[in-house]
Design a protein around this ligand. Structure first.
Ligand code: CTP
Length: 432
């Protein structure tokens, strides 16, 4: 069958932030880390969430309610008994509309109160009355966090389904180093997205993504590599996670953190990436190879630093294996059906012809042909999505938008998602 030619390039908007339009109750208790709750509130509002802030009495000693009100443009609850406050009239109001209840920072006192189910103030009563998932970002001195009483409360809250984000190791307000720092606002926000993500069209699917460059060592200090930032693969991981998939990201050396909830396998050389892909691909539903794998590696990396000599230095390079290209053969030996396979093609011209050649040569289900150098690290991409029987052109799309378009194809190919009739509790590769 002749493939349908690409229509006019479509503009594709970014997928919405999962926090947009969601009701988040943010309880702030009295740790000096409460200053980070302002950044957290701002991040929630910028993501489009509807934020109800509840400050404990101790928190109001550190920060004024007005600061939170200015960020949320909504009343802030401090005192449960203040005449005219929403909770004085209806003390369940916030509990009922919250889709998530986040307590950040959560002090030792607050964790203990929540674990015991006390009902002494607005945050206590909201937590008791809410059926929304509870997310806690503790902040306290390391000795307090390690205390058996607090650890028993953490265990009891965890057993009841509470999600802990942190605490982290690091420098504390006291000047000490240890485990007790509140997690950073960006991480907490991403944790909330992960909790909200469970119900997408890729729920129950297992998706393996590769990202970033590989590093091919010359000696213990030097290597050959490329300029890939890994951003495309990280965008894919985020969108797949947001749509409910279980995501594993095999990545070369990059300067970014994986989205919360995404399992990571850091690698250096193409050979390491190949081993990780071969290990994990048989159990996944889809493999998306966005990594910029080095095609060559130094033939004989030196175990010692190569010292300079008079004159030129000639390097001999060996071909690296083609990870995607060799996969069909490797998977054919396994029992289950092969995963849906997506490759990338960076092209300066003839996107369609070159992309289609790659689709065939590597036996892929989808090739994402990028025009370079325009797409290299840039915010706007010119991309062709090529399947054996169709082409889709995208222009001016961000990485997140391109990722969403790729995952639409993956989702269509994998078929119905949970709730529409197909049992996806077992990975596709294990189903008959
Ligand atoms: N790839 C791979 N193993 C390699 C090299 C690349 O699996 N050793 C994957 C990449 O992750 C990407 C696709 O194959 O998905 C790119 O194919 P490739 O033929 O390397 O394309 P280009 O880098 O564009 O190379 P060329 O233009 O030289 O053919």
């Amino acid at each position: 069958m002749n493939p349908t030619p690409a229509d006019r390039p479509a503009f594709r908007p970014e997928p919405p932030d999962l926090l947009a339009g969601r009701g988040i109750a943010l309880g702030v208790s009295g740790s000096i880390a409460a200053y980070k709750a302002l950044a957290l509130t701002s991040g929630l509002v910028q993501a489009g969430a509807r934020v109800d802030v509840i400050l404990t009495q101790a928190a109001t000693e550190l920060l004024r309610p007005l600061a939170f009100q200015a960020l949320t443009h909504r009343p802030v609850v401090g005192d449960l008994w203040a005449p005219g406050s929403e909770l004085a009239m209806d003390h369940l109001a916030i509990a009922q509309r919250a889709e998530l209840l986040l307590v950040a920072p959560a002090t030792a006192d607050r964790l203990s109160r929540l674990a015991l189910g006390l009902a002494g103030d607005a945050l206590d009563t909201t937590a008791l009355a809410s059926t929304a998932p509870l997310v806690l970002a503790p902040a306290m001195e390391p000795n307090m966090w390690a205390h058996p009483a607090i650890q028993a409360h953490v265990a009891s809250l965890t057993a009841r389904g509470a999600h802990f984000v942190g605490p982290w190791e690091g420098r504390l307000a006291s000047g000490k180093l240890g485990l007790g720092r509140m997690a950073e606002p960006e991480t907490i926000l991403d944790h909330l997205r992960w909790l909200l993500a469970r119900q997408g069209d890729l729920a129950g699917r297992s998706i393996l993504i590769t990202a970033g460059p590989t590093r091919e060592p010359l000696d213990p200090l030097r290597f050959l590599s490329n300029r890939s930032t890994g951003s495309m693969g990280f965008a894919l991981a985020r969108v797949a996670r947001d749509r409910g998939a279980r995501v594993t990201l095999i990545h070369g050396p990059v300067a970014q953190d994986a989205p919360v909830g995404v399992a990571t396998v850091p690698v250096e050389r193409a050979l390491d990436m190949q081993a990780a892909v071969l290990d994990l691909a048989p159990a996944c539903d889809a493999l998306i190879m966005s990594a910029a794998v080095a095609d060559y590696r130094p033939a004989a990396p030196s175990e010692r630093k190569i010292k300079k000599q008079p004159g030129d230095l000639r390097l001999e390079l060996s071909r690296n294996p083609d990870i995607l290209g060799s996969l069909a053969e490797a998977l054919a030996e396994g029992s289950g059906p092969p995963p849906y396979r997506v490759g990338f093609a960076a092209e300066t011209e003839d996107l369609e012809t070159n992309g289609r050649a790659k689709l065939q040569r590597k036996g892929l289900d989808l090739v994402v042909a990028n025009r370079v150098p325009a797409s290299f690290g840039a915010g706007e991409h010119e991309v062709l999505l090529l399947t054996p029987d169709a082409s889709e052109a995208l222009q001016g799309a961000s990485k997140l938008a391109v990722a969403a378009a790729i995952l639409d194809r993956v989702s269509q190919a994998l078929g119905a998602s949970p709730g529409t009739g197909t049992d996806v509790s077992v990975p596709r590769s294990e189903r008959a």
